[in-house]
Design a protein around this ligand. Structure first.
Ligand code: ZN
Length: 161
């Protein structure tokens, strides 16, 4: 079996930023499982894994536009200070969750604190970054009908619900 659309794929990975620092790794943890072809992982990485077999290894470099996108000035949002709970210790770099109109939580980072407002950065923390992944394919199986319907993997290494 090879990595292909609608397969459940398990990978061991280490993610490096362009300065060589490790941003994330599955080492010492369960492999990362994703449902191929459903946008579970960044497009540039998924494309590079297509056709690979279990135990195969690869180093994949992904440009920002095929990863988390370029840094977007439009994703800087000004929020009134009064919108934060009083006990919030606001400081630059603090990660918070904002709620959108549909009550979904969006991760955001305090970008700048002004007199009456706070500039929140809604960009993905890895926006604008060129990423390098060291990948090893550890498992490939058929996805279940339920997983295909949900668009993600259940069970070991997958979505818990
Ligand atoms: Zn599900």
């Amino acid at each position: 079996m090879i990595v292909d659309e609608n397969k459940a794929v398990g990978i061991d990975y280490t993610l490096y930023l362009s300065d060589g620092t490790v941003a994330d790794t599955s080492e010492g943890d369960e492999p990362l499982y994703f449902l191929c072809g459903h946008g579970n992982i960044v497009p540039g990485l998924e494309k590079a894994l297509m056709g690979m077999k279990v135990d195969e290894k690869k180093t994949v470099e992904v440009e920002p536009e095929d990863a988390y996108g370029q840094f977007d000035e439009e994703a800087l949002q000004e929020v009134p200070l009064t919108a934060f709970p009083e006990d919030t210790k606001l400081e630059e770099g603090l990660q918070l969750a904002l709620m959108d109109e549909d009550d979904n939580y969006i991760p955001a980072v305090v970008h700048e604190i002004l007199e009456k407002t706070v500039i929140m950065d809604l960009n993905h923390p890895l926006a604008g970054e060129k990423l390098k992944f060291d990948i090893k394919i550890v498992d490939i199986r058929e996805a279940t009908a339920e997983e295909l319907e949900h668009g993600h993997i259940h069970g070991a290494g997958g979505h818990k619900h």
